[in-house]
Design a binder for this molecule. Structure first.
Ligand code: 5GP
Length: 565
């Protein structure tokens, strides 16, 4: 197998740009002022976008001890936090809630501060930068090499999987680089906690004291990567940033990792250098096997170097990246629905459907996100599609590539929502004089025209024909398939102690055949407990009847007892 190059899919959250250090090369730092602290709403918005884009890591990188900068505190206090680490802890909890693993680089921290953050961080980091005393660090209390080394040592004592690195071209010599690498190697030999070391080329920025500096050359990078390979224990990954350095030229020197790459956020430290898109990354690493990893490396997961609070998230994300394998989901979806995103795949006949954690009701008026919801619906949908295939009903399902990601046949979708009802409920009881719960004499098929802007109006056979949505024959076939699905599902649910009240199907065409598309999940069915009448479906969310994720899990436990949900 070709050599493996790893990377992590992340979102970058610069909680504040205010920093007590004034480094000669930095454009990240800003004085206190409007917008100097990312608001909690903004953080959550970015985390959500990251979760939707399949990211696994929330990278919290921000200015060091901003509290020491006069005028900063009011900007933080407006959000109800007394220190930046307290804020970081709260936002890391949000990240976990949305299914992302936090990695924090807060600059210098004490052992107590790291301990405080460790229950919500899978890993932490601090660039050593250099062991040399350089003019660029003259005004930086936190850049004193001895303090940085002491913190990395503390992290080792605390068994925190750690990232560090060196910055090239900031005024250090070649022998300083060697010394820095030797120090890191020594710390790792003692504590075994350095997962990765970043070899980063400094890129001079206009408007800084060091704008005229040459920065690090390609040769510097190649030489230092080789040096790192020689000096560092082989279990430390050697990382270069592919947005700053010419990765293709440096990889052969011994690079094993490309660090965090974001489909959502920019590199705030080097905003002029965009991340490569995932398909560019594949081209860049031609001849290598590109493999996704989490911010905590597999060896540290195996050793259990994480807080028990992180366990579920780590297991679920490990599963996700394992199933995603080396196939790369493009950055931009072809189509974004209310709860699923559809991406092109390398195979033109297939699409990638990601079941997101979004939950909406009343045509999107109500909208929330729930951890794990995407996986639960994807699991149910796969289960039912397979069941229906076995009963001779063609579906678009091909295989799963992750617990929340289904590879499907590309269909030309028919803009109809085909609803089968066994029991009166929902819109039927609103529109017609019938009581909720009345068992219908026979299953009824009703069809809505799928159009959010028009509120999905009900449509009839004649309209479907004259609007050229389907021919009479095709419509007959669709209804037949819907009733067949109903027969199979009703029989199955009955055995699980669940009553299938109603459900919605969507169909599409490929090569002249009609396939069942979209999803069959707790979002698209009404399911009642046969004995108690309790709802297990989206009505729990629509009408605030309780914990909707617990209800969805309950369905999965009953229908697939060994699904492990
Ligand atoms: P109703 O017409 O009573 O609102 O819905 C009937 C059934 O079809 C319910 O099981 C409901 O969940 C499903 N359904 C109707 N419209 C939609 C829709 O736009 N999206 C989803 N996911 N399900 C729908």
């Amino acid at each position: 197998m070709s050599p493996v190059i790893t990377y992590s899919r992340n979102v970058f959250l610069p909680l504040t740009f205010v920093c007590r250090n004034i480094c000669g090369y930095c454009i990240f730092r800003r004085p206190p002022g409007e917008g100097c602290v990312l608001s909690p709403d903004e953080v959550i918005r970015v985390l959500r976008r990251g979760a939707e884009a399949g990211c696994t890591e929330a990278l919290f990188t921000f200015g060091e001890h901003p509290e020491e900068v006069a005028g900063f505190m009011p900007f933080l206090e407006q959000y109800g936090f007394g220190s930046i680490l307290e804020y970081c802890h709260a936002m890391a909890e949000e990240a976990l809630r949305l299914g992302l693993l936090p990695h924090t680089n807060a600059g210098i921290m004490t052992a107590d501060e790291m301990r405080y953050l460790a229950d919500v961080n899978a890993s932490m980091g601090l660039m050593l930068e250099t062991t040399a005393d350089i003019p660029a660090h003259r005004n930086c209390p936190g850049k004193e090499p001895a303090r940085r080394i002491a913190m990395i040592e503390d992290a080792g004592r605390l068994k925190i999987p750690f990232t560090t690195g060196i910055l090239l071209g900031i005024g250090e010599t070649r022998s300083d680089r060697r010394e820095s690498l030797e120090v890191i190697a020594g710390l790792h030999r003692k504590y075994g906690h350095i997962q990765e070391i970043i070899i980063q080329n400094f890129c001079p920025k206009p408007g800084t004291d060091m704008s005229a500096f040459p920065g690090a050359t390609l040769r510097d990078m190649q030489e230092t990567v080789r040096m790192a390979k020689e000096i560092l224990p082989s279990d430390i990954a050697i990382q270069i940033p592919p947005n700053l350095a010419d990765a293709a030229q440096i990889l052969p020197c011994g690079v094993t990792d490309l660090g965090g790459i974001s489909p959502v956020t920019i590199d705030y430290v080097n905003p002029e250098h965009p991340w490569p898109a995932f398909d560019e990354l594949a081209a860049l690493t031609k001849g290598y096997t590109l493999k996704e990893r989490l911010c905590i490396y597999p060896e540290y997961i195996r050793r259990g170097w994480y807080h028990p609070r992180l366990r579920d998230c780590i297991i679920s994300l490990e599963n996700t990246i394992h199933m995603r394998g080396t196939s790369v989901i493009p950055a931009k979806p072809l189509y974004e629905g209310k709860a699923k995103s559809v991406y092109a795949s390398e195979n033109p006949d297939e699409l990638i459907v990601v079941f997101r954690n979004d939950m909406t009701a009343f045509n999107g008026v109500k909208h929330d996100q729930f951890t794990d919801k995407g996986r639960l619906n994807a699991t149910a949908s796969e289960f039912f599609m397979k069941m229906l295939e076995a009963e001779g009903i063609p579906t678009h399902h091909i295989r799963m590539s992750a617990p929340d990601t289904m590879i499907v046949r590309r269909l030309e979708m028919i803009p109809l929502e085909v609803i089968v009802r066994n029991v009166a409920a929902g819109s039927m009881t609103k529109k017609y004089p019938v009581k909720e719960g009345m068992v219908l004499d026979r299953p009824v098929v009703t069809i809505d025209y799928k159009d959010d802007e028009r509120g999905d109006p009900m449509i009839n056979d004649d309209l479907i024909e004259v609007l050229h949505i389907l021919t009479a024959d095709e419509l007959r076939k669709v209804k037949e398939m819907a009733l067949h699905v109903n027969k199979v599902l009703t029989r199955f649910f009955d055995k699980c102690g669940i009553r299938l009240v109603d459900f919605k199907l969507e169909f599409g065409k490929a090569d002249g055949t009609i396939y069942l598309g979209d999803e069959i999940s707790m979002d698209s069915m009404r399911l009642w407990d046969k004995k108690t009448g309790e709802s297990f479906d989206k009505d729990v969310y629509r009408f605030d009847k309780g914990d909707v994720i617990a209800a969805y899990r309950n369905v999965l436990k009953r229908i697939i007892p060994d699904s492990g949900v």
